[in-house]
Design a binder for this molecule. Structure first.
Ligand code: FES
Length: 363
């Protein structure tokens, strides 16, 4: 294939092997609690993506382009790499930012991306843990194929290697930024670096269980290569620390077949988000919850009205744009927390539920 694709495949494999060896040497792989299902989704996902999905998209795009727009083929061949490369990589990463963010904010895409967040340990292979359809619909793989068709193969090859280095590095358990943040001289440098590329602490925060730890934000830090988009679109959280717990707040274990092949294979478990016709139930109510709060303790109050642990969040908001509300109790004692989700003093009850009851009765 014209323009450098090919060598980059070996380089990406080299990056993967490098991080795998580092994780083996440091003992992280030996201590891993990954199950067979985890391995099959992560390693299997990598091979299917690399050997089937990406080649299919590239060949299909080039084939269609060659037949329908033959005059456009290699149109970038004489354009400087200094122009094609930034154009390719910035547009690619911006598209992936929004695709990934949509994977958290729209239910169908969340079903395809959810397995990525079920992993309770970080590691070099997690980057490839998503449903097959998530990759097939990923706009930047199609964009990569388009740029290759237009003759920007070298830009794509360089971009892929740089991108995989950052992405695999930010998922790995090798926390290369940790000593740099701790050292008083390099910490200043890291505060500049983190504003440009995704450092491991930034992305580990995205995989943390919830905001209750004061480090994580599963509804933030969506970037893949550059942190610029998170900063531009208000989703950046720079905690410079690592979560102690990874995964979902409430995890409903899925088998790898439905996780990887949804919607082709659906879960037979009717409580699973991946089962046929599954619907989230509205669990809000017209009765406030009387809760004993502990002074200075943080709580996550459910705003979406779908939690099975009302009035608190259980992660059911994933797949929507609604996020839980984090608050700290100011005193010990019983408090009325809003359960109708309409209070103007949320998370506390302001008796709006009484108005709602009156409205229902007068209807
Ligand atoms: S379950 Fe998290 S906001 Fe409702």
């Amino acid at each position: 294939m014209k323009g450098g694709l090919g060598i980059d495949a070996y380089l990406v494999l080299g990056i993967l092997v490098f991080f795998a060896l580092m994780e083996i040497i440091i003992g992280h792989l030996k201590n891993s609690k990954r199950t067979f299902s985890d391995w099959i989704q992560e390693a299997g996902g990598f091979f299917v993506l690399s050997l089937i999905i990406k080649p299919f998209i590239v060949i299909a795009t080039i084939g269609v382009g060659h037949n329908i727009f033959p005059q456009a083929q290699n149109a970038f061949a004489n354009v400087s790499l200094w122009i094609v490369f930034p154009l390719y990589i910035l547009v690619d990463d911006l598209m992936q930012y929004w695709y990934h963010r949509s994977g958290h904010e729209y239910e169908f895409l969340w079903k395809l991306h959810r397995s990525h967040h079920q992993a309770e340990e970080m590691g070099f292979f997690i980057s490839y843990r998503n449903a097959a359809l998530y990759y097939l619909l990923m706009p930047n793989i199609w964009y990569l194929a388009l740029i290759t068709f237009l003759g920007g193969g070298y830009a794509v090859a360089i971009g892929l290697v740089a991108k995989q280095l950052i992405i695999i590095g930010s998922h790995s358990t090798i926390k290369w930024d940790e000593p740099l943040y701790k050292n008083k001289f390099t910490s200043h440098l890291m505060k500049v670096v983190e504003r440009i590329i995704i450092a491991p602490a930034f992305h580990h925060g995205h995989h943390g269980r919830s905001r209750l730890d004061g480090i994580s934000d599963p509804n933030g830090n969506f970037g893949n290569m550059f942190s610029l988009w998170d900063q531009a679109f208000g989703s950046a959280v720079f905690s410079r620390q690592y979560p102690s717990e990874y995964g979902l707040l409430t995890d409903h274990k899925e088998n790898w077949q439905s996780s990887y092949l949804y919607p082709l294979i659906k879960s037979k478990d009717e409580n699973s988000l991946l089962s046929k016709g599954y619907k989230k139930i509205d669990t809000s109510s017209l009765e406030p919850a009387i809760i004993e709060l502990e002074k200075n303790k943080s709580y996550l109050w459910c705003q979406c009205g779908k939690s099975k642990n009302q009035p608190f969040c259980d992660g059911s908001h994933h797949g929507s744009k609604i996020k839980p509300l984090l608050f700290k109790a100011m005193r010990d004692g019983k408090t009325r927390l809003c359960n109708c989700k309409q209070s103007k003093t949320r998370p506390f009850c302001d008796n709006t539920h009484l108005e709602l009851i009156q409205n229902i009765e007068s209807d």
